[in-house]
Design a protein around this ligand. Structure first.
Ligand code: HEM
Length: 284
């Protein structure tokens, strides 16, 4: 038997809490939709400017001129690392968001497992080749500007392996938490482009940025591109554990701001960075 107060509590509190919970879910889903569009546009850029021309006519058919080092005749190991870094990034960008969508996870567990193995393997390859390109091949614009992305690379290795290990141990709560952080870290370079382009749009040009990517704003974004989304993810996990509808609503508000920034970033990165190169390749 439920006491009078217990019943009252259930009647009064549950609908409001359900609303707060739904608001939280809706804000995450909205972010996921925007991220899916943004990541697929990044994949489209990689496919049209690197992968398709490479398959169609070999390296001579690819324009590497906008890159830091790009392709160097005779540098077989460097060229191999560069291509092994860039080409799988298309697949990585296409499979990532699908991987963390609750609907896919629940309804297609076998796909989730295989796509997860592929995503983490490609993420590990991206981090190892990225670290090699930066510090082994010397593809960096400045030392200080490369520290942020290098820490990103090291964290990808640690966090991805932990996410994988917890899945194998069937510790799914820990797996989910580390997998979300692995997803954020692996997409750090994508987020960096989004932040930079939003910043350019808001300031109508550079402000604290320079051509070697070590201006104060560049340095801030080089760490913020993964630290900030990781903080928001932890806030979300915390809000889910809270009973207070105010706390849930506040975090949902933070996530809406994140969705707005992501939308601006996707628009900026696509129109200012990716689309001009795509149209150039298609036109030539
Ligand atoms: C794993 C996630 C990563 C993805 C998806 C990714 C993707 C890419 C893409 C698409 C490019 C081509 C640049 C463009 O045309 O815009 C690129 C270049 C580059 N990436 Fe990454 N990257 C990742 C991680 C890293 C990390 C962790 C590092 C360094 C520690 C790194 C270092 C580099 C360097 C140095 C280049 C330029 C190579 C050159 O210009 O010759 N990347 N990356």
């Amino acid at each position: 038997m439920h006491s009078q107060t217990e019943l009252q509590k259930t009647y009064v509190e549950t609908p409001i809490n359900i609303k707060a919970e739904s608001a939280l879910k809706l804000s995450v889903s909205s972010w996921l939709v925007v991220a899916l569009i943004g990541q697929w546009l990044f994949a489209l850029y990689i496919l049209t400017t690197f992968a398709f021309p490479l398959v169609g006519g070999g390296v001579g058919n690819v324009d590497f001129s906008h890159m830091i080092t790009g392709y160097i005749e005779g540098d077989n190991s460097g060229n191999f690392a560069m291509l092994a870094h860039i080409i799988p990034a298309a697949l990585l960008s296409m499979g990532g968001v699908i991987q963390i969508m609750p609907y896919v996870r629940k309804n297609y567990p076998a796909f989730h497992r295989w796509n997860g193995r592929l995503f983490l393997t490609l993420g590990l390859i991206g981090a190892v080749t990225g670290l090699y390109l930066t510090w082994g091949r010397g593809s960096r614009l400045s030392d200080i500007g490369a520290y942020g992305i290098s820490l990103n690379g090291v964290l990808i290795l640690v966090v991805s392996l932990l996410a994988w290990r917890y899945a194998m141990l069937k510790k799914f709560d820990l797996h989910k938490r580390f997998a979300v952080h692995a997803f954020i870290l692996i997409n750090g370079v994508w987020t960096f482009r989004l932040y930079l382009m939003s910043w350019f749009m808001i300031n109508q040009g550079a402000n604290g940025n320079n051509s070697t990517l070590d201006g104060p704003a560049d340095l801030f974004f080089s760490y913020a591109c993964y630290a900030l989304p990781m903080l928001v993810a932890e806030l979300y996990f915390w809000a889910k554990r809270q009973k207070s509808k105010v706390k849930k609503a506040a975090v949902s508000g933070v996530l809406w701001v994140g969705t707005l920034v992501t939308t601006l970033g996707v628009f900026g990165a696509f129109t200012l960075m990716w689309l001009p190169r795509i149209t150039q390749v298609i036109g030539s």
